[in-house]
Design a protein around this ligand. Sequence first.
Ligand code: MN
Length: 287
Amino acid sequence: MIVSPPEPHFVGDGFRVHNFIPSVYRMEMKRMDPFILLDYNSKFYFPPSNYPKGVGVHPHRGFETVTIAYQGSVAHHDSHGGGGVIHKGDVQWMTAAKGVLHKEYHEKEFSKKGGDFQMVQLWVNLPAKYKMSKPKYQALSHEDFEKFLLDNKRGEVEVIAGEYRNAKGIASTFSPIHLYNIRLKKDSSLELSFPANFNTGLLIIEGKVAVNNESADLDNFVLMKNDGENFELKALEESLVLVLSGEPIGEPIAAHGPFVMNTFDEISKAFVDYNNGEFGYLDGSIE
Ligand code: MN
């Protein structure tokens, strides 16, 4: 199934996103388990601003937020002490687990100058036994990603998590996940294969591709059918494609706003704990 980007909306004043998961028909949380949210800020020009645009302090519990920067830079701070700036090509992998407060803004210098901004935020669910574990933060620099290089410089598979042939992802995950950036020259192609029970999708970040001869334009999402067969990805133009594939966790999902647990009692408990200050403290200044 090829999905064109839904109408965008603003998250805070800094992220203009198309929400594919869970709001698109047939892309609800269960269908794409363990990927329970996919917000895509397609390439969008932000004019210079005296203050960084973004989202102020807010809580999360029960899952991980994964932010992939394609254009522009994002600064992040959380109540667990995690923080930093990710630039073009970098990935931030924050495990909220039992609870963090965080804030996400355009990086200061980027804000001052303005420019094209393009980014993906994924929420990756946690198995029940890890939902109340200690929060964790992984800052992943593009320089450290292993790549599988296609011959004759036809392209590369950059592995963020999981593996592709001999290239291994440096992100640690709590359930089996493959996350790749695939760059292909025009007319190059590549075979991909994932287990039939994995939920698999592709987001076209640059260019235009064909997946098993069905064409997908820039900013489209390709939802695979769980038939487990190999599929062929072919670049119709020079392209960059984000590939996500994960084994479903298969547990009940109870989601409310920034909390994703297994039962609604656990959601109520999240609100109580949040109101009691158990997520820690984070000052609201824009940094
Ligand atoms: Mn957040």
